[in-house]
Write a protein that binds this ligand. Sequence first.
Ligand code: FAD
Length: 560
Amino acid sequence: MTNTQQNYSTDFSYKSREDILNTLQSEHFDLVIIGGGITGAGIALDAASRGLKTALVEKGDFASGTSSRSTKLIHGGLRYLKQLQFHIVAETGRERKIVHRLAPHLVVPEKMILPVMKGAPEGKWMISFGLWLYDMLAGVKGNDRKKMLNRKQTLEKEPLLESDRLKGSGYYAEYMTDDARLTIEVIKTAVRHGANCINYVAATDFLYQNRKVSGISCKDQITGKEFEIRGEFVVNATGPWVDDLREKNGSLSGKHLFITKGIHLVFARNRLPVNHALYFEIPDGRMIFLIPRGDITYVGTTDTPYQGNKDHVNADADDREYLLNALKYLFPDLNITASDILSSWAGLRPLIWEEGKSASEISRKDEVFISPSGLISMAGGKLTGYRKMAIKVLNRIVRNLKKTGEKHIGRPQTKNIPLTQERFSDFAEVVEYKKQLIERLGASGLDEYYADHLTLIYGKQTDQILNRMEALKDSDPEKRLFLAELEFCIEQEMVVKPLDFIERRSSRLYFMINTVKKYYPDLLERFRSVFNWDEETLHKEKQIVESRIREVSETNPPHN
Ligand code: FAD
């Protein structure tokens, strides 16, 4: 089967929900995927681009699980070196390059500094060797290869670092992304290749024929309507929920998940004015990231076992204190306190349990489980490896299809499928585009940092947003931009609820929370008119938005 991407409609909005729901109920699929995080999205794209008839259901919004709550790095996993997992470093290193090529605006190079402090267990030579090996395994070339900086060179780049204990640093290359955007772009690309993907539809049970899984029962979370989807293969790509579905399938035995929570805190860039991303060791031996993005800097993460409600995960007071102490250790003079926190997020790692290992020691590797009734579950893994994970799942399916001789499935195509329709040819073009954007935004009275935001989040789709913005009438350009982004996401990205936009399509709840606080009444008005909300719905949604703003920005959240 061949790839027929150009022929499919790109209308992926609430207007097409009814059609998608009808298709899901009336057709028989090759593959039914449960879960619309990066894992499910990647599998949908791989399957649809090889010509498989593909369905995907997500119980909340796309990326509403872990895939909007990571450190947002596409990285080779320096920590794997410590665990001597060289093949993972090599594989994720190769994947970084591929995903950067497929979406150069969304997976962007980021230089990292790894400070070497006096008394740290790994000295400068060890770090130099580790980074050399890291570059070599990941195939890093030219100027991107690591450099070791002495104390003076390090302080020139990062004057804020505590000079008394600093011995020098490693200076090396990683990539930064926006995880929820990566997920939605992969979903949109899968849809362009013919996949039927829908959010706010939960898989409630499995259907069986001759003791083999033959589909799923579902519930539309918006209308409450229940229906069934039938398919040859069913894939459980539900991240932290993988074992819940294995249990429903009666196949939760042997290996199982171990869930840990990781949080991030967001500060104004001028309170934590670092020039580069930093990766540093704190006194308990754990490594912490500090990443500048636009006019904020975010810090993470924690790694603690979690047994609470998986649908409602937030940073609590202990988590915050842990990261605030880490900042105190690295930048004692900045006096960063809880009142400096602008926003935060918390996510769950779906790790595969390993006997006798602590949360931080457990490998982040992925694994496919196949139940006796044929349910395929993809567990563990990372954002960075989503494409390879999809190939692993599809390999199992292809093997099976070959056995039955039912279908001929082609080789994986995703290495060469760009993740947006209007694509940048390389990163140099992204930089040029951003320069032009700064001028265009300046003419509308908008600050330069919006160019960073728009380029990373929407890429060349920004042109459509700015055209919309220019057509809107309001004296406040920031509000016009906010509403133009909202319109674009409602019409092209299956936004159904306010949080879909502020939290996952635009990431404004984390990185520009002040604009959310200022414009959410306008956003709710827009929803009211587009979705025909009555007063009761408007009131309910207003409370949801306000409570979410409080959750992420509260300076004194409860302890665990
Ligand atoms: P999820 O994103 O959780 O998606 C699963 C989806 O399934 C959810 O959206 C859920 O709503 C849905 N679902 C559940 N049950 C049902 C049902 N019954 N019906 C329908 N849908 C259902 N990786 C990196 O590569 N780089 C990083 O920098 C990085 N940092 C991280 C930092 C933290 C703190 C954490 C927690 C993880 C990090 N990771 C990172 C790992 C990465 O984020 C995850 O591996 C990845 O996002 C998992 O994606 P997923 O699709 O498997 O799970």
